[in-house]
Design a protein around this ligand. Structure first.
Ligand code: C2E
Ligand code: CA
Ligand code: CA
Length: 505
């Protein structure tokens, strides 16, 4: 047996060296561990902060801090349930900034972002306390308000004013406008459709130049294909002679003599029969056809007026002007040229402009009204009572006539409130030296109340429905007093008078 193997003793130097290595490795491991721990806890802290932020931002738009579409829809859901249970009013305003894209491209995204943030902040301040306010698209916002129709329209005007204030970003001062679409719940759509319907109304405003608001109407949601077909047909309607004007008389409330004939458009579609202007006028406005059609109306109404004058009928002729026409710089010179060609004095043509268009108060409408004043045309504010005129704005307009909306006439027989409204309009009109016309008069009871209240002129089915120019000449030629009653007032006399407005009472 050989000697037992013995371990070779380490030399002290080698031992020290090995220990040194071990200590170094240990130290390295400790440092590494510590680092790991530290970075782990940093990671934890960062994660916690991020989670916090996410929680805060859940349902928030990162740029503006407003609700996201998801949260907006959740609130909308809740609100419609409450509206279904009670009588609470609910309206959805869809706000789109006009021409934001060129601004964003031109000045850069930093400026664009600042404008959007400021726009969001203004929306939160200007319309009371919205139930929800959200940025639902790049430059589009939605507001949910506990308001009914009239108040929603007021809120939309506040929104428009708030966004028209200049935006100061860095050294820039930027001027913007907006378009607002309104959908009321439940009248303008079920819960899932409400946002889309308000958006449709907003786009209809943009298509006619923006800087205004509009309520949703079912015509906006007419099937896309059907709309495209109708639009194609409408493009040819003027050349093919499918458009026609019918006329509805206005009569003096006391003498019942005819004072004016309002021209109302009809479209005889070759397959579909007569199409209401309530359907095709909005379509024409959205697709840039309203000017062609509007010019045809002016030409045809003036031609007819000239022909009637030759026959001895000298009543005023009225045409309806859309907001889009009013924004055309050459509208008034065009009307003047047409009047000259047909030898009709300007004060014999009434232009009916709805109150909501008249109240827009943009540079365009102000300029158009100034030109109308200078041209001496007879201006009537149509559908009066549905917008929100201030006395100050009314005073500035070159209007000669207020035409009370049909909605107020319908209730006259039975509603004390409707009566007070008409009374207030008459009083206001007197202060401003304007004549008052009531439209949509259907019953003798309504007629009597209106005469009692001092309304100057009446129009409606009680007297006559819209009719062809030939029928109107025959109608005006009858000795029968219109609307029954008031016997003894022959009608023929009016044909030869220049039915100037009777002096104000
Ligand atoms: P509007 O200017 O308020 O015209 C009055 C509307 O009420 C007409 O409907 C008329 O037929 C109807 N109406 C008149 N009297 C009565 C009545 O006693 N009871 C009832 N229930 N209705 C009555 P229409 O012809 O369907 O016109 C609808 C709207 O289309 C007009 O409302 C006007 O805003 C627009 N429009 C018509 N023609 C033109 C046009 O040439 N150009 C433009 N831009 N718009 C037009
Ligand atoms: Ca009218
Ligand atoms: Ca009207």
């Amino acid at each position: 047996m050989g000697p037992p193997a013995t371990a070779t003793p380490l030399s002290p130097e080698l031992l020290a060296w090995a220990l040194g290595i071990c200590a170094l490795l240990l130290a390295l491991a400790v440092v590494q561990g510590l680092r790991l721990l530290r970075s782990r806890s940093r990671l934890h802290a960062r994660l916690a902060a991020a989670r916090d932020q996410l929680d805060r931002l859940r349902g928030r738009d990162l740029l503006t801090g407003l609700s996201t579409r998801t949260e907006f829809e959740a609130v909308l859901n809740e609100a419609t349930h409450s509206a279904d249970r009670g009588t609470a009013a609910l309206s959805l305003l869809y706000v789109g900034l006009d021409d934001f894209r060129p601004l964003n491209d031109g000045y850069g995204h930093r400026v664009g972002d600042a404008v959007l943030t400021e726009a969001g902040a203004r929306l939160g301040r200007c319309a009371g306390t919205p139930l929800a306010l959200s940025r639902v698209g790049g430059d589009e916002f939605a507001l949910l308000l506990p308001l009914g129709g009239d108040d929603a329209s007021l809120a939309a005007q506040q929104v428009l004013r708030a966004l028209q204030e200049p935006f100061r970003v860095e050294a820039l001062e930027l001027q913007l406008s907006a378009s607002v679409g309104i959908a009321l719940y439940p009248d303008h759509g079920s819960r899932p459709r409400l946002l889309a319907h308000a958006a449709l109304a907003m786009r209809s405003v943009k298509q006619v130049g923006g800087a205004s608001h509009a309520f949703y109407t079912p015509a906006l949601a007419v099937d896309q294909r059907e709309q495209a077909e109708l639009l194609q047909a409408l493009r040819h309607a003027v050349q093919r002679g499918e458009l026609q004007l019918v006329y509805q008389p206005k009569v003096d409330a006391r003498s019942l003599q005819i004072t004016a004939a309002e021209a109302l458009l009809r479209w005889q579609h070759p397959q579909r029969g007569t199409i209401s202007p309530a359907v095709f006028i909005p379509l024409a406005e959205r697709h840039g056809l309203i000017n062609t059609i509007g010019r045809w109306v002016i030409e045809e109404a003036c031609r007819q007026a000239a022909q009637w004058r030759q026959q001895g009928l000298r009543m005023r002729v009225a045409v309806n002007l859309s907001g889009h026409q009013l924004r055309q710089d050459d509208l008034v010179p065009h009307i003047q040229a047409t009047l000259r060609r047909h030898k009709i004095p300007p004060e014999r043509l009434t232009v009916e402009i709805t109150e909501s268009v008249a109240m827009e108060d943009t540079a365009h409408t102000r300029a158009a009204f100034e030109r109308l004043r200078q041209a001496g045309l007879h201006v009537s504010i149509d559908d009066f009572g549905t917008g929100h005129s201030s006395l100050a704005t009314l005073r500035r307009l070159p209007a000669a006539e207020l035409k009370i909306d049909r909605a107020f006439i319908v209730d006259l027989g039975q509603s004390e409130r409707a009566r007070s409204i008409v009374q207030a309009v008459v009083q206001m009109a007197r202060t401003l030296e304007l004549r008052v016309v009531a439209e949509g008069v259907e019953t003798t009871a309504q007629r009597d109340v209106l005469i009692d209240l001092g309304v100057n002129e009446l129009q409606g089915y009680l007297f006559a429905k819209p009719m062809s120019a030939t029928a109107l000449a025959l109608w005006a030629d009858t000795d029968e007093p219109p609307g029954g009653g008031h016997a003894g007032h022959g009608f023929r006399a009016s044909l030869f008078d220049a039915t100037a407005p009777a002096p104000l009472k």
